[in-house]
Write a protein that binds this ligand. Structure first.
Ligand code: AMP
Length: 467
């Protein structure tokens, strides 16, 4: 990956029940739209009602699938997955969907999120004789569903949900059913769409738009949505009385053209920018973004203050995912390959630069230098999230507190470290105010350490020991 020191993203899932349609190709397009959620591996499983066929490999969606492969994947429903590892290493064996045979037939599964009690379940299953082919937590889920599905797969899923803890949005496929599941806290997004008679279950609504489907609604926390010959049915397991939707989905992960749990991501990001402007109304000549993650918030800042938004940094959109970085000189070159300043815009200007987040402080430090080299006279930095202080256990790979610059340094020290003339992070109150909602809708643990789903002590110690 070009910025190997960045945290990793999570996964995208897309399932379609569409007899008579080219379900593999529609899934391919859906995955294409979800590529931002994971660039490490991709896979599609299809069922024709009798058998499930699967193709998966390491690489981007268009690298993994050729026209010929798509033509060979015929069926009445499909399940696709694009992955960026948050548990388990980057291996072909860990690519998804996972597929297995069990006593009732075949089952395939795609998972987005991260479980927090896999260690203990896996040990128990292994002690009872289960074998595992991969190192990912998702395999524990398939194993539990298979073992508890004597009566029905729905029953198996409910029993599985009673055992696993953590964040999970899942799409499960048997020979005849497509099933969407969202964990009782609703941490990761999952929505339902309709394309004619076909139903789709996808991580984000942008994938529905891409295939011409209409967003019906989000899968609710703790809900199990089953699509089969008899249409769409749904049931629920007990859910807590608060939700814990990952707020980072709105800050960084999701595409701005998605609507998640009723909130339009683009509008939310623009409001973040407006709020930043109210919190940090500094005198500058232009507002720029670190593209693309800071763009929408930067436009919001510019709008609120009536200052021109300019494209001060040009992004090369053709940079591949993998990049060998043997030393610091190569890493610096990699940044320049990806982003280049437009001198005529920046020269002799007081600049406000917006990005969505600072994790280790690498990106913005380099960008501040780049802007000064390009002739900017002042560089202020605004971040459209509060300082990231705590690791995430629910699927965002920010696992080591030691790596988080805001956990180690106060804001003023970070400002000095990145070499900016001013630095402002969006306040947590300002961020939550945008949703006009009480705190108990979102997981904000990375900012305030308030983990909605209890982290087992062993997990916590394992990660915090590095402090
Ligand atoms: P850093 O350079 O370590 O401070 O990381 C901050 C940059 O990484 C920002 O440009 C963000 O847009 C981006 N970013 C934030 N979260 C993630 C993530 N989970 N995966 C990849 N990039 C991220």
């Amino acid at each position: 990956m070009i910025f190997s020191d960045k945290p990793k993203e999570e996964c995208g899932i897309f399932g379609i029940y569409g007899p008579g349609l080219d379900v593999a190709r529609l899934t391919y397009y859906g995955l294409y739209a979800l590529q931002h959620r994971g660039q490490e591996s991709a896979g599609i499983a299809v069922s024709d009602g009798r058998v499930i066929k699967l193709h998966k490999d390491m690489g981007l969606v268009p690298e993994v699938f050729t026209d010929e492969i798509l033509k060979s994947l015929t069926g009445k429903m499909a399940l696709g997955h694009t992955r960026y590892s948050t548990t388990g290493s980057s291996l072909a064996l860990n690519a998804q969907p996972l597929m297995c045979y069990y006593s009732k037939g075949m089952i395939a599964l795609g998972h987005n999120g991260n479980l927090i009690n896999t260690g203990e379940i896996r040990s128990r299953l292994a002690a009872e004789g289960s074998v595992f082919q991969s190192t990912i937590d998702s395999e524990v889920i398939v194993n539990l569903i298979a073992r508890y599905s004597q009566n029905s797969v729905e029953d198996g899923i409910k029993k599985m949900m009673a055992e696993i803890k953590g964040a999970y949005s899942l799409v499960v496929m048997t020979e005849n059913k497509l099933i969407g599941i969202r964990d009782p806290w609703g941490v990761r997004p999952l929505c339902i769409g309709r394309l004619g008679e076909a139903y789709i279950i996808a991580s984000e609504s942008c994938a529905l738009d891409t295939v011409g489907a209409e967003l019906i609604r989000d899968v609710e926390p703790g809900e199990i949505v089953i699509v089969s010959e008899s249409g769409l049915t749904s049931c629920k397991v007990d859910a807590p009385d608060r939700k814990a939707v990952c707020i980072f989905e709105f800050i960084y992960f999701s595409r701005p053209d998605s609507v998640i749990d009723g909130y339009n991501v683009n509008e939310v990001r623009r409001e973040m920018g407006r709020q930043l402007a109210r919190e940090y109304p500094v005198d500058v000549d232009i507002v720029i973004a670190i593209p693309d993650s800071g763009t929408t918030a930067a436009r919001g800042y510019a709008l609120e203050r009536g200052i021109p938004f300019e494209e001060g940094l040009m992004k090369n959109r053709y940079i591949g995912r993998t990049f060998i970085q043997p030393d610091q000189a190569m890493r610096d070159l990699a940044v320049k390959l990806k982003l280049n300043p437009i001198r005529s815009i920046l020269k002799d200007k007081r600049v406000l630069m917006v990005d969505d987040s600072i994790v280790r402080g690498t990106t913005c430090g380099k960008m501040v230098n780049m802007l000064r080299d390009a002739g900017a006279t002042e560089v202020h930095m605004c971040v459209s999230s509060p300082p990231i202080l705590w690791p995430c256990y629910y699927g965002i790979d920010i696992s080591d507190r030691n790596e988080l610059i805001a956990a180690k340094l106060p804001v003023e020290e970070i400002r000095k470290c990145i070499g900016a003339d001013g630095l402002h992070y969006l306040s947590l109150e300002g961020l939550l105010g945008i949703f006009g909602s009480p705190r108990n809708l979102f997981c904000t643990a990375c900012f305030d350490g308030d983990y909605p789903i209890d982290i087992p002590k062993t997990e916590k110690v394992g990660k915090f020991i590095l402090e």
